[in-house]
Design a protein. Structure first.
Length: 300
């Protein structure tokens, strides 16, 4: 849908949004949940026959690999492709418990990612900024068409985000006391309310508060997996596992990108970042887990 002319919209180099009238949202957020439901239903029925290796059984799963690569190539969004594919691998492993399947599909993803890296400048720039956000010599800046230090151009957001986290120290500056605007009234970190909200929290709450936030996510994930274990049928188990892992992976991808553990991607921090599409999708995740938990408790 974001690729359709007229309604598709490119934001920060990634074509993820659709705009129709007064409505603007990311269809990929709801597509993520649809993917989890499909995989849970399909693998519940096919997990026994997948070991036989017939193409007709593996076909839909190979199509998912192709779609993940298409998302990465067509929308220039590394985060969404990584999220979709990670969800796919988690449900596949939960259904089959076969490490060799996971290793094979990780290999396919790496091959596809390398091809996209070679052919997509936006993805290649993200990886370069991750490996070397600072330069001591000026390089070409695609934003201005002139030479500049990378930390003043392509990796400006990442570098300012790291400065923000470092400024918070151990105990933080206090809620509402962070420094996010320059003396001229310009934002020090662009997209602070969406992609880099964790940097703001780390500055105001410090290491203690930022770690506490991560522990809250850990508790949510643990409860989700407990719901998956308590579920009474195979579909509900796989569905709860997929919803929980998707939530956990989304948190890891954005926090890991901000902390330079992995390349930075433009996805949101669940229930914290500003963004209507993400909030709605995450409430669907919570609703699904509560429904599965209720059915399991009622049956017992």
């Amino acid at each position: 849908m974001p690729l359709l002319p007229g309604i598709g919209q490119t934001v920060n180099g990634a074509r993820l949004w659709i705009h129709a009238g007064g409505l603007q949202f990311q269809p990929g957020e709801l597509g993520k949940i649809a993917l989890i439901v499909f995989l849970a239903a399909y693998l519940r029925e096919k997990r026994e026959v997948l070991a036989q290796g017939r193409i007709k059984d593996w076909g839909p799963l190979l199509v998912i690999w192709g779609c993940a690569m298409l998302v990465l190539f067509a929308t220039d969004d590394l985060g969404s492709a990584l999220l979709y594919y990670g969800i796919f691998l988690s449900i596949l492993y939960a259904a089959t418990a076969r490490v060799k399947f996971i290793a094979a599909f990780i290999g396919l993803f790496l091959v596809g990612s390398f091809a996209v890296y070679q052919g997509t400048p936006h993805v290649r720039e993200r990886v370069i900024n991750w490996i070397q956000p600072w330069t001591t010599h000026k390089v070409y800046c695609g934003l201005t068409g002139q030479l500049a230090y990378r930390q003043e151009c392509a990796s400006y957001q990442e570098v300012q985000s790291l400065y923000s986290i470092a400024h918070g120290g151990f105990a933080g500056t206090g809620l509402g006391s962070g420094t996010f605007m320059s003396a001229q009234g310009q934002p020090l970190i662009p997209d602070l309310n969406t992609d880099f909200i964790y940097s703001a929290l780390a500055q105001e709450l410090g290491l203690i508060g930022a770690s506490a936030l991560i522990l809250v996510y850990v508790v949510f994930v643990l409860r989700g997996f407990r719901i998956a274990l308590a579920a009474n049928d195979g579909f509900s188990k796989l569905l709860a596992c997929g919803l929980t892992f998707g939530f956990a992976l989304q948190t890891f991808v954005i926090v890991g990108g901000i902390l330079r553990v992995i390349p930075l991607t433009g996805i949101t921090l669940p229930f914290v970042s500003y963004g209507g599409s993400s909030i709605v999708a995450n409430f669907f995740v919570v609703a699904g887990l509560m429904l599965i938990s209720h059915r399991a408790n009622t049956a017992t």
